[in-house]
Design a protein around this ligand. Structure first.
Ligand SMILES: [Zn+2]
Ligand SMILES: [Zn+2]
Length: 341
């Protein structure tokens, strides 16, 4: 893809109007997921934004990215030169490589306070969220056997990260190091942040060039959910003068405002579709099936969560009602059936 940047051996470099150098290092995160780590150079600041997943191929790509910046761009920056590590949100594909980086760098780690405990106590987050997911799956009409399979897949992540202390917080409206503006954009993740540097915005997983970022119901984790997400989209749309955006995955976004409008439209259409499906009483599992068809492996859980986020949004705002109140009164474990009002 062509744009107002340079690209050498897969590492893209963009210089902002204020003279900040941004390097985008490509990393393989998981077998089916690629993404980017960013290196920001300004005056004496050497800032790493995200760390990759921590899997061996992700670590190898990170090392290679630094080598390209050193050899092809003539900027000799090593892990030991980093002055700060910023984590854009508490998802493993963005922070899983933190232990690897910390073995090589004494730089302080920053994350939004709503995701701080993900880093500081990773098993706690996984185990407490798993409990909430179990409640959600039962509500959604997923059988107990299936619930156990899905939850064990989720808890498999437990061995992927060793908890680590956090030195600093990224707060909404903060001007970090005098040149990075922090915007808190909860929805995809509670502590999701976007970072503005001059005319560019690092959107992480809040806004991606092609994929509509994944949503889950707020009943599982506070500050997620479609309501927060759509509010956060509007907050970004109201920021003037963003010429270019870089996501945590996929290509740079040349028209950020157009992309925000397209994602909003996409969710409005999906909400309409859920209302359509709920002309007859439906469980979330049935709605997920009607929206996404058969899914496999972890995709089953992602589809249920996405459907659940849309149902929750509509129910909270009075567009859906619970159809089987009598049954729920008798049996607290019965799945909830929703019907369009
Ligand atoms: Zn994410
Ligand atoms: Zn991601």
């Amino acid at each position: 893809m062509q744009g107002p940047w340079e690209e050498r051996e897969g590492v893209l470099c963009y210089r902002t109007g204020g003279g900040v150098e941004l390097y985008r290092l490509p990393v393989r995160l998981f077998p089916e997921l690629d993404g980017y780590v960013y290196l920001v150079l300004a005056d004496s600041h050497r800032i790493l934004v995200d760390t990759g997943s921590g899997l061996p191929e992700s670590q190898a790509d990170l090392i290679r990215g630094f080598e390209v910046v050193r050899d092809r761009y003539r900027r000799p920056v090593g892990f030991e030169d980093l002055t700060a590590i910023l984590i854009t949100h508490g998802h493993i594909d963005h922070f899983g490589g933190l232990n690897f980086v910390r073995q090589r760098s004494a730089a302080p780690v920053f994350i939004h306070e709503l995701d701080r405990r993900v880093l500081a106590n990773f098993p706690e987050r996984l185990i407490t969220v798993a409990r909430e997911i179990r409640g959600f799956l039962s509500h959604a009409g997923v059988s107990p056997q299936r619930q156990s399979v899905l939850l064990s897949m989720y808890l498999d992540m437990k061995t992927m990260f060793q908890s680590t202390p956090v030195e600093g917080c990224l707060d909404d409206g903060q001007r970090l190091f005098g040149f990075i503006e922090v915007h808190h954009t909860p929805g995809h993740c509670p502590g999701q942040i976007c970072l503005r540097i001059d005319e560019i915005l690092l959107t992480s997983d809040h806004i991606l060039a092609h994929t509509t970022p994944h949503q889950a119901p707020e009943r599982i984790t506070r500050y997620t959910g479609l309501g927060h997400y759509l509010d956060s989209l509007r907050r970004i749309a109201a920021l003037p003068g963003i010429a270019l955006a870089f996501g945590g995955h996929e290509e740079p976004i040349l028209d950020l405002y157009g992309r925000v409008a397209a994602i909003e439209r996409f969710h409005r259409q999906r909400l309409e579709r859920v209302l359509e499906i709920c002309r007859e009483p439906r469980t979330i599992a049935e709605i997920s099936w009607a929206l996404f068809g058969r899914q496999y492996g972890y995709g089953v859980l992602l589809a249920l969560l996405e459907a659940g986020a849309h149902v929750e949004y509509l129910y909270d705002r009075g567009y859906l009602q619970v159809e089987n109140l009598d049954q729920l009164e008798q049996d607290p474990n019965a799945p909830v059936r929703y019907r369009r009002l």
